[in-house]
Write a protein that binds this ligand. Structure first.
Ligand code: MEV
Length: 313
């Protein structure tokens, strides 16, 4: 039987989450360790999904996954070719609600698999258009950074409505990712900041502006290969995220553990209020040691990986 597979990797926001919703820049990286695949098989009738989130016909998909159903239908309509039915087998290694872009990555893998099945060319802009359908449903007011960073294979500088630029990484470093084990709700975290803007605009906008400023400085630190400075900036951004109310006790605890274990800096990544933290390390030995401390002090999973220097031309 005809079968096609679409893939996508997860992502990490290095710095700039939440402020990016309000037009500030953010820097995101592909996180190649955790990926999702979608295998499409033609069946006699109907559209069925098989995944660890839901298994069954598309008509009965639970409310919180409706965006995916809409995205699948829009994709098939766009491709506009005859079919009998489909089984979409989604296999995601990306824990959901951890700020790693699982929802965007699943949608990207689905759209890619369907285009591949029909052997149709998929332009970058069409992919984004279709994935945005799912993302808007999942997040309410997404800046687009999640989608962009799961599509790209390189670190990106992202500004809402301006698109992306490349980021130069002068010298390699290691990132540790640690999972609090609790799912955060990006949609409500984003909404809570909107409420803060209405209630205390001065303070809230000040934090947003500061995060933007730290992001510009982080780009410079990456360009100069200055890990000390980059670590400081991650810590400063974490302070502002905490003030904005999107950090929590569990996150702050893991951030402290990572710093005590020698990280150059640590902060939440993604929507916050649960989810994951990232910590900056110089080399693999240090990264492993930070992982070990985090594992012994409350993290349910840890990963570490090398962020390579960008290609020099
Ligand atoms: C979520 O990964 C990033 C946020 O800034 C939301 C968004 O930009 O859509 C929290």
């Amino acid at each position: 039987r005809n079968r096609s597979i679409g893939r996508a990797h997860s992502k990490l926001i290095l710095i700039g989450e939440h402020a990016v919703v309000y037009g500030q820049p953010a820097i995101a990286l592909p996180f190649p360790t955790l990926t999702v695949t979608c295998a499409v098989e033609e069946i006699d009738t109907g559209i069925y999904i098989e995944s660890n989130l839901y298994a069954g016909p598309i008509e009965q998909i639970p409310e919180r996954l409706k965006g995916l159903a809409t995205c699948i239908r829009a994709t098939l309509q766009e491709i506009n070719k005859h079919y009998k039915g489909f089984l979409l087998k989604i296999d995601s290694k990306i824990p959901i609600g951890r700020g790693l872009g699982s929802s965007a990555a699943i949608a990207v893998a689905i759209v890619r698999s369907l285009y591949q099945f029909f052997k149709c060319d998929l332009s970058g802009s069409k992919l984004r258009e279709l994935v945005t359908i799912a993302e808007t449903y999942a997040h309410g007011n997404p800046s687009g950074i999640d989608m962009e960073s799961v599509v790209q294979d390189e670190p990106i500088w992202f500004e809402r409505e301006k698109g992306i630029e490349s980021v130069t990484i002068q010298s390699p470093f290691y990132l540790v990712v640690a999972d609090t084990g609790r799912a955060g709700d990006t949609r409500s975290a984003v909404a809570s900041i909107k409420e803060n803007i209405d209630k205390s605009p001065l303070e809230t906008n000040q934090s947003i502006d500061k995060i933007g400023q730290y992001t510009y400085e982080a780009r410079q630190a990456l360009l100069q290969g200055n890990l000390n400075q980059l670590g400081n900036l991650l810590n400063l951004a974490q302070t502002e995220l905490d003030k904005l109310g999107v950090s929590d006790k569990g996150i702050n605890h893991l951030v402290d553990v990572a710093r005590s274990a020698g990280a150059f800096g640590a902060k939440l990544t993604g929507g916050g209020r649960g989810g994951c933290i990232i910590a900056l390390a110089e080399n693999n030995v240090q990264a492993k040691e930070i992982c070990q401390h985090l594992n012994q002090n409350g993290a349910v999973s840890t990963w570490s990986f090398k962020v390579e220097e960008t290609q020099k031309y």
